[in-house]
Write a protein of this length. Structure first.
Length: 424
């Protein structure tokens, strides 16, 4: 596991640093007129981890490139895999990307360049910048080059479920024997200037939106200038963030052959869509999430074996509604014993990294026998019957199975079943 995430004073890179924040329910959101999770990666931190990247490439990296490369290097170090010695030349490089904010500056610079006045040297620089930074596959491109991989290398873009879907893809390819090793990265950058302007636009749009709103369309969230509070009765907004999370997945045989440390297992993945015609809505009944979870469990596992779910709530009451309804259908009266938490308020709602980060945190909880609290949840909402573990302390729980869920509003509902190293 490796990271490049917002921290309280400096970015978080390692398992220990991320666990320290999440297990204490701390929030690393900073106020920029709106609350936002800023990585603020120092140039020195990038250079010391990637000293050999030629300047013709590195000087044109966007923050998405930098964050994705740093979390990749950290994950390889944590897995004791040497990039320099070629340990990953047969690895699949799978990336999840949701936003395009990091690509816009490069796109506009190329778009507005005047061929009549651009020098040959400037044209070459613009060409490199364009080739590296104008597509959502940008991070996979530079990661694959760093590893010199000959394995599969591709990007999935389905919003906040992107890296979760890639984890499912990696699991299937490993199970089929197509690959033995995969590196999965979720990375996104949401420009804080864009978020600030969205805040201003929302005030103007509210009245017009209400005049056309019909059943099934979500409410406009009123503000980004308050802190997000998943599962809290005061939840009324989402705070965005940026960053990257990388996981190394490999076959058990390969991991045991090289004596790798095993955090746990990715046992199964299921995904669905609500089937609505509205691309901005979610079915608050939770029926689609129930289907995804049941697909994930199949005939091999039972929901009664899963005492913990890592939820995808970001403070949006629509997300909380369909999660609440889904777990009620899945667990029945047993839902009151379910622990379900979210750490989105630690780092901000960062889009594509959410799936990989959720898997990482859940595996750490399985390993530690502790469930992290829901950051910024102090007064659980009246309509939820599961336990969101409010406060700033972990809850002891010895468990071998857990689910982690991610969603794209209007799109994918993803559920991943995780197990401890010895779970069947």
């Amino acid at each position: 596991m490796g990271f490049c995430l917002p921290g309280e004073e400096q970015p978080l890179f390692t398992v220990g640093e991320v666990w320290d924040v999440a297990s204490h329910g701390r929030s690393c959101l900073k106020h920029h007129g709106v609350y936002y999770g800023s990585v603020e990666l120092p140039e020195t931190a990038f250079a010391e981890r990637l000293p050999d990247v030629p300047g013709i490439f590195s000087r044109h990296y966007t923050n998405a490139h930098r964050y994705g490369l740093v979390s990749l290097v950290e994950a390889c170090a944590d897995a004791q895999l040497s990039i320099r010695n070629g340990d990953l030349t047969d690895a699949a490089v799978l990336v999840g990307r949701g936003g395009i904010d990091a690509n816009i500056a490069s796109y506009l610079e190329v778009l507005h360049a005047d061929a009549r006045t651009t020098t040959p040297h400037q044209a070459m620089e613009l060409f490199v910048r364009a080739q590296q930074g104008l597509t959502p596959s940008d991070v996979a491109l530079v990661q694959g080059a760093l590893l010199r991989t000959t394995g599969p290398c591709f990007t999935v873009s389905c919003g906040c479920a992107s890296s979760a879907v890639q984890i499912g893809n990696a699991r299937r390819m490993i199970a089929a024997g197509d690959i033995e090793l995969a590196v999965i990265t979720g990375v996104d950058v949401f420009g804080v200037d864009v978020i600030q302007n969205v805040q201003r636009l929302l005030h103007g749009a509210q009245g017009a939106y209400e005049s056309i709103r019909v059943d099934g369309m979500p409410e406009l969230l009123p503000s980004f200038d308050r802190v997000m509070r998943p599962y809290d009765r005061r939840a009324d907004c989402v705070n965005h963030g940026e960053g990257s999370a990388t996981l190394v997945l490999e076959s058990r045989e390969r991991a045991e052959r090289r004596g790798a440390y095993i955090y746990g297992q990715v046992l199964s993945h299921g995904m669905t869509r609500d089937g609505l015609s509205n691309p901005l809505a979610s079915d608050e009944s939770g029926a689609s999430l129930v289907t995804a979870v049941r697909k994930c469990l199949g005939d091999r596992w039972d929901i009664g074996q899963v005492p913990y779910i890592h939820g995808g709530s970001d403070g949006d009451v629509v997300v909380t509604a369909f999660e609440t309804n889904a777990v009620q259908q899945l667990y029945g009266d047993g839902v009151e014993n379910l622990l379900m938490t979210s750490q989105e308020a630690c780092f901000g709602h960062n889009g594509a990294p959410a799936g990989a980060l959720g898997v990482a945190l859940t595996l750490l909880m399985l390993e530690q026998g502790e469930v992290c609290p829901t950051a910024n949840c102090e007064e659980p909402a009246d309509n939820i019957r599961f336990d969101p573990v409010p406060g700033v302390h972990t809850r002891r729980l010895e468990f071998d199975y857990a689910l982690t869920c991610n969603y794209q509003i209007g799109g994918v509902k993803s559920a991943i079943l995780l197990g401890s190293p010895d779970a069947n």
